[in-house]
Design a protein around this ligand. Sequence first.
Ligand code: ATP
Length: 266
Amino acid sequence: MAGSVLRLHDVSVVRDGNPVLQGVDWTVEPDERWVILGPNGAGKTTMLQVAAAAIHPSSGEAVVLGETVGHSDLSELRPLLGFASTALARRIPRTERVLDVVMTAAYAVTGRWNELYEDIDERRARRVLSEWHLDHLAERTFGSLSDGEQKRVQIARSVMTDPEILLLDEPAASLDLGGREELVQLLGGYASDPKSPAIVMVTHHVEEIPLGFNRALLLKDGRVTAAGPIAEVLTSESLSETFGVDVELTETEGRFTARARQATSD
Ligand SMILES: Nc1ncnc2c1ncn2[C@@H]1O[C@H](COP(=O)(O)OP(=O)(O)OP(=O)(O)O)[C@@H](O)[C@H]1O
């Protein structure tokens, strides 16, 4: 689509009387891949929920894929918004066949089911499974997969409908080193493909930022402390300020690591 995929203008979200997001301005363009970082409770998941049009701003304006949230019927947009989170994954029946977990994402799009669609959807689901290194697991049940495999299935499901924006809430959480690296590598390949949609990923760890991610947004207490090109925004200083810890950030060949600096005694 032409134009921005997401535009937030002076967005605030109040929950239980508490400001969770305050005065957020943010624009996401189709070729951008964003990482959102910030301390626990900073409002990261809430940002994704606004971006997914799952919640309305308490004030300000959110425009998702050209439609203003709260002023338009967004049901037609749903298939164009890919979303993967642990909360969503909990709703997937453990006994469901992996192929069906991915393929059912398409039912919501077509809203119908006949042999022609079955064929097209199954072929697409198998192709998506293969892209996420899951083809050998297509006939297994979701509950029998490892955490890493389940995470990849969630992402495969969220890209099945060929979305225009992909929103990922902590996709590498709870993965061991091998699982994390496999996922980060696959996400890196996906993010680097110009045909891929805009991507927004929330994470707690800079180590989980895949190659190809080109924008970063830092949140603290519901406010954006920095947003823009990743090389400008992700610095030792900005992370230290946002997390309230004296942090040293290192970048090696496009991947990041962060650690707290040792306190020095005078
Ligand atoms: N449904 C809700 N009702 C009341 N408060 C909420 C609700 N959802 C979130 N909050 C509060 O809003 C704040 C931001 O929550 P959010 O989940 O967006 O933060 P986060 O940055 O994703 O946190 P974490 O890193 O811990 O996942 C928190 O203080 C949280 O307790």
